[in-house]
Design a protein around this ligand. Structure first.
Ligand code: TEU
Length: 593
């Protein structure tokens, strides 16, 4: 409510249920555990909780493989628990959105079981089945040469009906056929309205741009000569009917539920011109999307293999941010701000500095200030607010549980190439999806307060919870901790919403490889903010780069620039005479008064 829809100004917080808080001592987080920490989230400044999949699932892809959309996975709780969660959020004036995973189901979903039972089953066409091809030697080969996201082909042979089925992800995740109208209606009714009727406020929509595939099924161009499977995202991303499907979903389901919230996951779609149709208000498709150019930095992408790490300069990160900050100008669209989720390494380990305790704390706060001063809806991922870090480098492959990590590692091993194995492991240490899935660090006890001390958690607890006091309990009482700083940033963001949530972004020093500097300007008012972030472990000087704080703010006669927030602790601030000189990983915001 207010001058804009609530979700523009809201702070969202993603909860990964397996790893947040275990209430019953089985080593898996659960919904009652989440409910018990809602006050913690409210106190942090969270308005909307996004809960990753808690539905019935064989858990081969951590719940992104759903076998019953209307049941709750028993380790996470019951339907009653979800009802209590909805009510408990609403009691606190918070909202709850669920993850909508409808590009594919689990192969154990009854729909797929029926579909695979015979070629004449009424649900045969709810999934994508194709006859085989044969190579010149008469060997059976898949209908196309497409490579799946988790390594290997996108097609799996079904012996029983002698056809292949399509799966963009694991073979246990068959793709639904959105071309089939009764399949679409079942999705709307059984996966969406069911939960909206129970009171959820909307959805984060998984893989939202992949429902309309090319229906002529051509081979993808050869990127890896000699390999059977080739990257083929253009065969299924932003396909011919995608906007029609999403508009239908909005019109038939979301709009009738008081415009239930929608935030779509939009991978492989890096151009503003491709993104705009999804989020232009006039198009009535989605409220907002996650665009991935920034969060994919460092991944080898289609051409090197995701986990062969490719270093990149800071200017590239800044350019991605600038693109999406300015994308909004002159449009009726809206955007998201985020730097973590359950599919990526921890931000402080990727964009910050974990080489010392001091740099860890400073860079985690600088990341907080960066995110908190950008225009768009802010999404935080659990643990980001205490600066949780990637797994220790010494941990071996046996600590990695994600099907994607294991798929890529096994592929490297199968190649027999020692160098590739080592490089894949190096890449996993930075980029693996596992890092963000480690148990949440509540306190310094044996299992970090995530679960009972004598329980074996589903993933190993990070040593930093006990060794370095990287946990909520230690940070809670300290206003200048990472956690305390996040709270301060979120307050400032709300107080100066016209600058930080809605302001125009002007990039200074775009080519600089150490400093990230920008001005935020509010529409009608004369108020401006200068954000200076030192993304390096060395001291950096603004004035030698031709910038003065007052100048950048355009201070008029009688106006002065005031520092309104800094990442430095009070003791570190003492004796600083020159605001134009930044300490390692220091960040600050100046406003004209
Ligand atoms: O991710 C889909 C997606 O866009 C992929 O790029 C994903 O980031 C993955 O890491 C590919 O390398 C969603 C979920 O966020 C992810 O956890 C699931 O595994 C995936 O869908 C399949 O449901």
């Amino acid at each position: 409510v207010g001058k804009t829809p609530y979700w523009k100004d809201a702070v969202f917080y993603q909860v990964y249920p397996a790893s947040f808080k275990d209430s019953n001592g089985d080593g898996w987080g659960d919904i009652p555990g989440l409910i018990s920490e809602l006050d913690y989230l409210r106190d942090l400044g969270v308005d909307v909780v996004w809960l990753s999949p808690m539905f019935e699932s064989p858990q081969k892809d951590m719940g992104y493989d759903i076998s019953d959309y209307q049941a709750v996975y028993n380790r996470y709780g019951t339907l009653d628990d979800v009802d209590t969660l909805i009510a408990s959020c609403h009691d606190r004036n918070m909202k709850l959105i669920l993850d909508l995973v409808v590009n594919h189901t689990s192969d154990e979903h009854p729909w797929f079981k029926e579909s695979r039972s015979s070629k004449t089953n009424p649900k045969r066409d709810w999934y994508i089945w194709k006859p085989p091809r044969y190579d010149p030697d008469g060997n059976r080969i898949p209908p196309t040469n497409w490579r799946s996201y988790f390594a290997g082909p996108t097609w799996t042979w079904d012996d029983h009906t002698q056809e292949y089925y399509l799966h963009l992800y694991g073979s246990f995740q068959p793709d639904l056929n959105w071309e089939n109208p009764s399949c679409r209606e079942a999705i709307y009714q059984e996966t969406m309205r069911f939960w909206l009727d129970r009171g959820v406020d909307g959805f984060r929509i998984d893989t939202v741009n992949k429902y309309s595939k090319r229906t002529d099924f051509p081979d993808a161009p050869i990127t890896f000569p000699g390999q059977p499977n080739q990257p083929a995202a253009e065969m299924w991303c932003n396909g011919p009917r995608i906007h029609e499907f999403i508009r239908e979903m909005q019109e038939k389901v979301l709009t009738p539920y008081n415009h239930a919230l929608s935030v779509g996951e939009l991978s492989n779609t890096p151009l503003p011109s491709q993104v705009l149709p999804y989020v232009s208000a006039a198009n009535r498709e989605l409220d907002m999307v996650f665009e991935f150019s920034m969060i994919r930095l460092g991944t080898g992408g289609a051409f090197h293999g995701k986990y062969l790490y490719q270093p990149y300069p800071l200017s590239e990160l800044k350019a991605h941010v600038a693109t999406w900050q300015t994308f909004l100008e002159g449009t009726d669209a809206w955007h998201t701000v985020f730097c973590e989720n359950h599919d990526n390494g921890r931000a402080v380990s990727r964009f910050g500095d974990t080489s010392s305790r001091k740099n860890w704390e400073r860079s985690a706060k600088t990341i907080a200030l960066w995110q908190g001063t950008l225009t768009g809806t802010l999404f935080l991922y659990q643990g980001q607010e205490i600066g949780m870090v990637n797994m220790p480098k010494e941990w071996g492959i046996e600590e990695y549980k994600d099907c994607e990590s294991i798929g890529f590692y096994q592929e490297a091993v199968a190649s027999g190439d020692k160098d590739r194995i080592a490089k894949t492991m190096d890449g996993l240490r930075i980029l693996a999806r596992d890092h963000s899935r480690l148990p949440f660090q509540w306190d310094g006890s044996a299992n970090a307060g995530f679960t009972g001390e004598d329980v074996l958690p589903w993933m190993r607890v990070h040593d930093s919870a006990f060794e370095d006091g990287l946990n909520v309990e230690t940070q809670k009482e300290d206003k200048e901790s990472v956690l305390g700083f996040y709270k301060t940033v979120l307050k400032l963001r709300n107080e100066c919403d016209e600058l930080f949530i809605h302001g125009a972004f002007r990039h200074l020093l775009p080519g600089d490889e150490a400093l990230f500097v920008y001005v935020k300007e509010a529409g009608e008012s004369e108020r401006k903010a200068l954000v200076v972030l030192n993304f390096s472990a060395e001291e950096q000087d603004l004035s030698s780069r031709g910038i003065t704080v007052a100048g950048a703010l355009g201070c008029k006669e009688g106006e002065e620039a005031r520092l309104v927030i800094t990442t430095l602790r009070e003791v570190e601030r003492l004796g600083i005479e020159n605001p134009e000189r930044l300490r390692p990983w220091e960040g600050g915001v100046y406003v004209n008064f």
